[in-house]
Design a protein around this ligand. Structure first.
Ligand code: ATP
Ligand code: ATP
Ligand code: MG
Ligand code: MG
Ligand code: MG
Ligand code: MG
Ligand code: MG
Length: 269
């Protein structure tokens, strides 16, 4: 009778949607903290950059990265992280919801699990939330432009925020005066304000603040073991320069195994 009952109800499974992603495309998953301007305030993040928070984001991303060999790259800044899967990845049969929820869940729980590693005794006041999305890129050019877009975003935000908070904290302007002061200024103007008024050379600000963090796998010689091993490294290079992509083109290489079948059998589990 148990078996019959099971097959009577099982038709509901056919309501599930096949959300397998287009083959042969890079899968990008970007997660972003929900209301983190508030979360940052509630947890006394220093302005404009809290290094502990950035390190916690990086460590949570590292935890995700080391779990999935199919991850090529991860790039983080502020409260967001992008994860890029190899174009030929067949992880979870490329099912969008499986990929997105597993990455987001591992990241979110790591953020909470490792909170004290970076914030010490400071209490985590409530569980943070991250949203997430999946984007497919069909060409290397599109993918590289995506990475450049996210890094340009760090640059623009960080330059603005660095100028803004110096005007407020050092320059004793009110927030609205600082905002007015920066309204309509271009990058060169903000660099000049920082240099002339606060003796800050923006280029000497920490690279992690100016450029965000890129996680990649590197093959290194392990002298102790006498062989090469793969390690995950965090770098803060300038991805807007083509020189970077020449040096790191290997990270985009992803040879398809000859006889890999993308969709073997029905997409259920
Ligand atoms: P949404 O839910 O729409 O994403 P949000 O408040 O999270 O809203 P974002 O555009 O994602 O808006 O911006 C994230 C905000 O989180 C930043 O503007 C900043 O106030 C704060 N923040 C994130 N990381 C840091 C950090 N390392 N140091 C200081 N502040 C941070
Ligand atoms: P998958 O990653 O495919 O979901 P899984 O190991 O989580 O693999 P499930 O079919 O989801 O497989 O089954 C969950 C398993 O977790 C159960 O079979 C059981 O072994 C264990 N489990 C979950 N909740 C409990 C619980 N409350 N008490 C004891 N065991 C549990
Ligand atoms: Mg958002
Ligand atoms: Mg956010
Ligand atoms: Mg954000
Ligand atoms: Mg399970
Ligand atoms: Mg289950």
């Amino acid at each position: 009778i148990h078996k019959m009952a099971k097959s009577t109800f099982e038709y509901v499974k056919t309501f599930e949607i096949n959300d397998a992603l287009l083959p042969n495309t890079w899968i990008v998953i970007r997660i972003d903290g929900k209301c983190f301007h508030k979360f940052a305030e509630d947890h006394n993040f220093s302005k404009p950059n809290d290094l502990r928070a950035l390190k916690l984001m990086n460590y949570s991303a590292f935890t995700v990265f080391k779990e999935f060999d199919d991850l090529l790259l991860a790039f983080g800044q502020s409260d967001e992280y992008s994860f890029v899967f190899k174009k030929h990845s067949t992880l979870y049969k490329r099912r969008a919801s499986k990929l997105l929820t597993t990455v987001n869940s591992k990241f979110s729980s790591s953020y909470v699990f490792y909170w004290n590693k970076y914030f010490g005794d400071q209490e985590l006041k409530y569980p943070p939330t991250f949203d997430g999305r999946v984007i497919l890129y069909p060409s290397e050019e599109n993918l590289v432009d995506y990475m450049k877009w996210r890094q340009a975003d760090v640059h623009i935000n960080n330059l603005y925020n660095t100028a803004f908070w110096n005007l407020v904290l050092q320059g004793k302007l009110t927030p609205s005066q600082a905002e007015k002061r920066l309204c309509g200024t271009v990058s060169a103007d903000k660099n000049e304000i920082l240099f002339k008024e606060f003796n800050i050379n923006y280029n000497n600000e920490p690279a992690i603040f100016r450029r965000g963090t890129l996680l990649i796998r590197k093959t290194t010689a392990n002298e102790k073991l006498g062989k090469t091993t793969k390690v995950i490294v965090d770098i803060h290079d300038d991805m807007l320069k083509d020189k970077f992509w020449k040096e790191h083109s290997v990270v985009l290489l992803d040879k398809c195994p000859k006889h890999s079948l993308l969709y073997e059998g029905p997409i259920t589990e």
